[in-house]
Design a protein around this ligand. Structure first.
Ligand SMILES: Cc1ncc(COP(=O)(O)O)c(C=O)c1O
Length: 433
């Protein structure tokens, strides 16, 4: 017999205050009791979910094919001893490898994004013999020790030292960079060269890897300038470091391409996938080359976890790939253009919008009090979020200190044109005050 749910209707807030640990930002004000497609529901109220849950529910909520897979798998093949493999796990590895360029062929199936980055960092250290890790000054790679040490966008103060050897590279923020050439254009190459001058000055000669998001999401939807990733890969190669690309949010069609790194004609040494791979369920993957896999194995690579190679979520991952292959993935580019055109149009009418940026169905807008000074409009951002909430749109301000003026807009990839238009029109009204 299952335990009856807590009756929040009497005093939800008091129960939260009495028993729930606050783990970051404030909670959504309503208890959500149902989620379906592009919506989440609380009683008879509903909100368009333009954060796709925590940027994960790319097929909307409770997609019927995922529901079927979970129901079938839980009754047949749920979880195994970590040294046992099963067909769904090997199918998923094979299918993921088939979606990726050579030499990315070998897959380690894990559970969360932080965990996948942790494993990727351990691989890079073992493979190179180094331990120093470079990442962007506005990065977010997760909350476990290695991943958090490579995370600079927030949460560093108050927890004591991280592992030695973590070094920050300036985030290539085209809207706010101080690196502007005489022609007034953003000069990312000089910024990158400067960043590596600092890295080289600080390094003890033990550089292992550079880990980056192709679009920094928690950092404020900052898209790497075209050409940047290729130049970064060259910097890594010159120093014998590996390039790890963290596609937790951008992988599997979110940006209109199967993987965001494809735009730059660069293949990472290690790719990590997580949120989008499970479309709401906890699965992650590390993908690397046969060569790196072999060397690491020979050196005793260990990443033995409770849920490594779990069959149930592997089956879900395979279903996610099926649904994406059946047309959902290919439709993202056009939907992304629709969303972007709508946001660009809003920017022509709302002076508040200083910048619109992103790719595909991962867009961001930055609100400023004045377009010349680019002063961030944090308070107005909070008001606009509130008005969106009141009118049925959940589209969050990046919930980190100092980021209150940047909206992250990422509807499920299954969102219809009407839902995208509805979201835009709610945002329009919210911006109008
Ligand atoms: C780019 C990126 N990497 C890693 C993570 C961490 O994933 P998880 O929260 O599943 O550990 C996140 C989470 O927001 C992310 O955005």
């Amino acid at each position: 017999m299952s335990t009856p749910p807590t009756d929040f209707s009497t005093d939800f807030s008091a129960a939260v205050a009495a028993h729930v640990v606050r783990y970051g930002g404030s909670f959504f004000p309503e208890p959500i009791d149902r989620a379906q497609g592009s919506y989440v529901f609380a009683g008879d109220r509903r909100w368009l979910d333009f954060t796709s849950g925590q940027m994960s529910a790319i097929l909307g909520h409770c997609h019927p094919d995922i529901v079927t897979t979970v129901r079938e798998s839980i009754g047949r093949l749920d979880h195994l001893f970590s040294g046992m493999l099963s067909a769904p796990v090997v199918d998923l590895a094979t299918r993921l490898a088939a979606t990726l360029p050579e030499p990315l062929s070998h897959v380690l199936q894990l559970t969360t994004g932080a965990e996948s980055n942790e494993a990727a960092l351990r691989m890079a250290k073992l493979y190179t013999g180094g331990h120093e890790i470079v990442s962007f000054s506005k990065s977010w790679h997760g909350m476990t020790a290695g991943a958090v040490a490579a995370t600079y966008s927030s949460g560093r103060a108050g927890y004591g030292p991280v592992a030695p050897g973590n070094l920050a590279l300036p985030t290539p923020d085209a809207y706010r960079s101080r690196f502007v050439g005489a022609d007034g254009e953003y000069d990312w190459q000089t910024e990158l060269d400067f960043g590596f001058e600092l890295i080289d000055a600080q390094s003890t000669g033990a550089l292992a890897a550079c880990i980056v998001e192709p679009i920094l999401s928690s950092g404020g939807i900052i898209d790497l300038p075209p050409g940047y990733l290729a130049a970064l890969k060259r910097k890594c190669e010159e120093r014998g470091m590996l390039l790890i690309v963290d596609e937790a949010q951008t992988g599997l069609w979110r940006t209109g391409a199967a993987y965001a790194f494809e735009r730059d004609g660069v293949v990472p040494d290690i790719l990590t996938l997580s949120k989008t791979l499970g479309a709401g369920l906890p699965i992650a993957a590390v993908v690397t080359s046969a060569e790196i896999e072999t060397v690491c194995h020979e050196r005793g690579f260990l990443f033995f976890t409770t849920h490594v190679s779990d069959p149930l979520v592997a089956a879900v991952g395979c279903t996610v790939l099926d649904v994406l292959d059946a047309g959902v993935g290919a439709a993202v580019a056009a939907k992304g253009q629709r969303l972007r055109a709508g946001l660009d149009e809003l920017a022509t009418r709302h002076e508040l919008i200083g910048d619109v940026r992103g790719r595909g169905l991962m867009q961001g807008i930055e609100l400023v009090t004045d377009r010349d000074s680019k002063e961030p409009a944090h308070e107005i951002g909070t008001e606009v979020t509130m008005r969106c909430y009141e009118n049925g749109l959940h589209m969050n301000v990046v919930q980190l200190p100092g980021m209150g003026s940047i909206f992250r807009i990422a509807p499920p990839l299954t969102a219809t044109d009407d839902e995208i238009d509805d979201g835009l029109s709610i945002l329009d009204r919210a911006l109008s005050g």
